[in-house]
Design a protein around this ligand. Sequence first.
Ligand code: TYD
Length: 203
Amino acid sequence: MKKGLFITFEGIDGCGKTTQIELLKESLEEKGYTVLLTREPGAKGLGEKLREILLNYDGEVSSNCESFLFLADRAQHIDTIIKPAIDKGVIVLCDRHTDSTVAYQGYGRQLDLEQIYQLNKIATNGIIPDITFILDIDIDTSLQRIGKGRDRMENSGREFFERVRKGYIEISEKEPQRVKLLQGNSPIKDIQNKISDYVQGLL
Ligand code: TYD
């Protein structure tokens, strides 16, 4: 049976990835592909409960605990949603995945990067996206787009987001084959065309 594709979207908060995922979904469906749009944290079921804790719990959360919760969400997501869909030949579009943990918990919270890579490998059972798009924007644009109603992660401060952004740039340099860094402040149509060209190359 033909296997599907696994495509992930990444970037700091407010980078515009949600818009791009929806545009890609529409264009793939128009061409007749079956597409599943999903997200981390917080796909269906248990993921929704974990998302609630991760984004809204207002007591103390240690950085290690935070990582394990994101990883727990990922393990459940891969096993119960992503892998079954890929096996059925579906194109899976995922809003955030392993690179978020590297960027946010590794670079942002400054946890051991090697450990994060190892833990990601365990959580995903070794499943790696076929391609990953990172939309890069500057911190001022990000903070402006987030606005005032911030969740727990968005309240982590400017320096945190500077480190996360740097993390994403380094990830794209380390894995240029899989990870494509795009300018998130370019016109929506230009970003959409670039993404579409890359994806077309994989179909
Ligand atoms: P969400 O509202 O989905 O943000 P966005 O719309 O920007 O994707 O919230 C997800 C938040 O969780 C976001 O701030 C990034 C963070 N996050 C991590 O810190 N580590 C992770 O592994 C994942 C998946 C997300």
